[in-house]
Design a protein around this ligand. Structure first.
Ligand SMILES: [Zn+2]
Length: 188
């Protein structure tokens, strides 16, 4: 059978013709049995439709192939759009902290990155640098950070081992300032 290589007889869509023929032939056959009573009309209808659809090139399955291609393109597009949506969601999530909880404005400024600073130790020492003779005192600012209570508690529970990893400085919170309504809040 060289039917697949070069269809000489089944130039149309023989598979569809077969199934169409079965359906129509069955319906016609039922009607025939019920009303018309012509000998094997249903089977003849089936065979006629099968041959008709199967041998005429106009019924060749080009439309469905085209549809398949279009569907594939659509699928690719939807996949791309899904990825884009996910990316946008991620962007929204990541920028969520920079939205004012009071007015919802995105015009937010990081007001104080050192919200957890307890105090700033200022030590002054006599200037001994000859390059700056006018500067009498040298000011040294030392930032003392607040110790996170939870981290200290965790440190006590774990016998101090967690402190080696986490430390006691709570660097989670940041202070934000809304330039739209002036609301100030802390967020990590
Ligand atoms: Zn605001």
């Amino acid at each position: 059978m060289n039917e697949k290589k070069e269809p000489k007889f089944w130039k149309g869509n023989s598979v569809d013709g077969f199934s169409y023929g079965i359906v129509t032939g069955f319906i016609v056959g039922v009607f025939n049995i019920a009303f018309i009573h012509i000998w094997h009309l249903g089977i003849f209808t089936w065979i006629v439709i099968w041959l008709f659809v199967g041998t005429i090139p106009a019924f060749k399955d080009t439309k469905t192939e085209e549809k398949k291609r279009q569907q594939e393109v659509k699928d690719r597009k939807t996949v791309v759009s899904i990825y884009e949506e996910e990316a946008q969601k991620k962007i929204k999530k990541s920028s969520h902290a920079l939205v004012c909880p009071h007015c919802g404005s995105a015009n937010v400024q990081l007001w104080n990155d050192q919200a957890n600073i307890k105090k700033i130790k200022q030590t002054s020492s006599l200037n001994v640098n000859p390059l700056h003779p006018l500067t009498v005192f040298k000011h040294n600012k030392k930032i003392v950070k607040k110790h996170s209570k939870t981290k200290i508690a965790a440190g006590l529970l774990t016998g101090g081992t967690s402190l080696l990893i986490t430390g006691t400085h709570d660097n989670k919170s940041h202070e934000y300032h809304c330039q739209n309504c002036g609301h100030v809040w802390t967020h990590r």
